[in-house]
Design a protein around this ligand. Structure first.
Ligand SMILES: [Zn+2]
Length: 377
């Protein structure tokens, strides 16, 4: 029988493994976790995204046939940033109820809590349905590891419930907007800057497109939980030198989407709206996520989180996007919630930290969610 895991110590160990993306190096984390789960009876598969960068899929077989419950987290972290840290970003230092380091909130604390809860749960004889754990590489660069799991030799089984352990301070979250990032290119004909009439100016075309985009209407009412979709032109570049007519300009468009907007159809609609002078190409495509709060699979998670934290939660969304939608598509569309110990305000920050209390709570919440899932077989 597997030893129980000290979740705080495990979080510190994971923070000490540098998995800053780029370059990633997520295998350090995957290879550290794998033997712990193997000891608890899990089958382990690695899926290589690139050399040194593997996602990990761990399965604990159930004794009866209930559909699996799944937990997921990403192993990569964002870089340290330009500002000097006061704490060692790879130290896992603990001070006054907080654990510090890159990934402390986003999301090595979440991964450690999943592993600790899964090892505890593995001791239960009455387990029904598989317990599936998915730890991905490459999330911070557009959910690449999660998308790569579509190419597994043995496909993922359809699951009933998935918890994504991104930072929410243990409050269950039912969705987030999608992110669709487009590169928009206009083309022209170059000429000497003293004779612009001999050329076609790509920057003028881009400027017209930008002004048009300012009044783009998604034609959709705001979503009751996720709010309205948005569009922002974040970058624009064009031209080689001041005394030539530019034959090339490019804009970066950041769209945030809600249920009712499918990304392929949205690109088509924008293409028609902007006309043939603007070429659109997607650079990031992360779908929105939404689970109906009335879904019976959701109610238990809310009650367990409320009982453990002593807080009362109402259905809400988060501003960031996650691996959730990419994994949900591979898992037969399970009810999906985001719930993790990290502090959303500390994620990606200098001197990132997680409250030790939240880490311990998350471990207990996850273990109870698993047991409840098995009881309801
Ligand atoms: Zn994250």
């Amino acid at each position: 029988m597997a030893q129980s895991i000290d979740v705080l110590e495990l979080t510190r160990e994971l923070i000490r493994l540098d998995t800053v993306n780029p370059p990633g190096g997520e295998e350090r984390c995957a290879f550290f976790i794998a033997p712990i789960l193997e000891d608890a009876g899990f089958d382990i598969r690695f899926h290589e995204l690139a050399p040194g960068r593997s996602s990990l899929v761990a399965k604990l077989h159930g004794k009866t046939g209930r559909e699996p419950i799944c937990f997921s987290g990403h192993m990569d972290t964002v870089p340290l940033g330009a500002v000097a840290w006061r704490r060692d970003p790879y130290g896992g230092e603990i001070d006054r109820g907080r654990i510090y380091g890159r990934g402390a909130s986003d999301m090595k604390s979440g991964i450690a809590a999943i592993v600790a809860a899964a090892v505890n749960a593995s001791r239960h004889r009455e387990r029904s349905g598989e317990l599936l754990l998915i730890f991905t590489a490459g999330e911070e660069s557009g959910c690449l590891g999660a998308a790569g799991l579509a190419n597994l030799p043995d496909p993922l089984p359809p699951a009933g419930l998935m918890i994504v352990a991104e930072p929410t301070s243990n409050s269950p979250v039912i969705g987030h907007k999608g992110a669709l990032w487009l590169s928009a290119t206009t083309r022209g004909v170059t000429a000497h800057g003293s004779m612009p009439e001999k050329g076609v100016n790509a920057i003028y075309k881009a400027a017209q497109a930008v002004l048009k985009l300012q009044s783009y209407d998604f034609g959709l009412p705001p979503h009751p939980v996720l709010g309205s979709p948005t569009l922002n032109v974040g970058t624009i570049a064009g031209g080689m030198n001041i005394n030539s007519v530019p034959d090339h300009a490019r804009m970066g468009i950041d769209l945030r989407t809600i249920p009712g907007l499918e990304h392929d159809a949205l690109i088509e609609s924008l293409g028609r709206f902007l006309g043939p002078e603007v070429e659109l190409e997607r650079t990031i495509d992360a779908h929105w996520l939404y689970t109906d709060p009335e879904d019976p699979r959701v109610g238990d998670v809310f009650s367990i989180a409320a009982a453990v934290t002593g807080e009362d939660f109402t259905p809400r969304s988060v501003p960031y996007f996650t691996d959730g939608p990419a994994l949900k598509a591979l898992l037969g569309d399970p009810a999906t919630l985001i719930l993790g110990p990290g502090d959303p305000a500390a994620a990606h920050q200098t001197d990132e930290f997680c409250f030790v209390e939240k880490l311990e709570q998350a471990t207990s919440i996850y273990e109870q969610i698993i047991r409840k899932w098995w009881e309801n077989r």
